[in-house]
Design a protein around this ligand. Structure first.
Ligand code: FES
Length: 103
């Protein structure tokens, strides 16, 4: 699968994505290093915040209360905000559009 990533400077980048690991891990492996993801995916930092393309929102795993609480600590939360470590990449998400949220 692949993802289409919009970086903080507005640049668009296509990256190959591996199924079965998180979107956060795929961003890292795809060379997107501007997203800190400080806690490494254990749902305690909110620095893996991304905006997800509207058309993909219904395909995503349901947001847990913990994820939502943590997103509340991010200044730039939008209706399409998610924590990228909480989304597992799959074939169904091929072409996933992701925008890295501001710091
Ligand atoms: Fe810390 Fe996602 S990497 S919450």
């Amino acid at each position: 699968a692949h993802m289409v990533v919009t970086l903080r400077d507005g640049t668009e980048k296509q990256i190959e994505a591996e199924n079965g690991i998180s979107v956060m891990e795929n961003l890292r492996e795809g060379g997107v290093d501007e997203m800190l993801a400080l806690c490494g995916g254990c749902l305690s930092c909110a620095t893996c915040h991304v905006f997800v393309g509207e058309s993909f929102l219904p395909l995503l795993p349901e947001m847990t209360e913990d994820e939502s609480d943590l997103l509340d600590s991010a200044d730039s939360r939008q209706p399409n905000s998610r924590l990228s470590c909480q989304i597992e990449m799959s074939e169904a998400l091929d072409g996933l559009s992701i925008t890295i949220a501001p710091e």
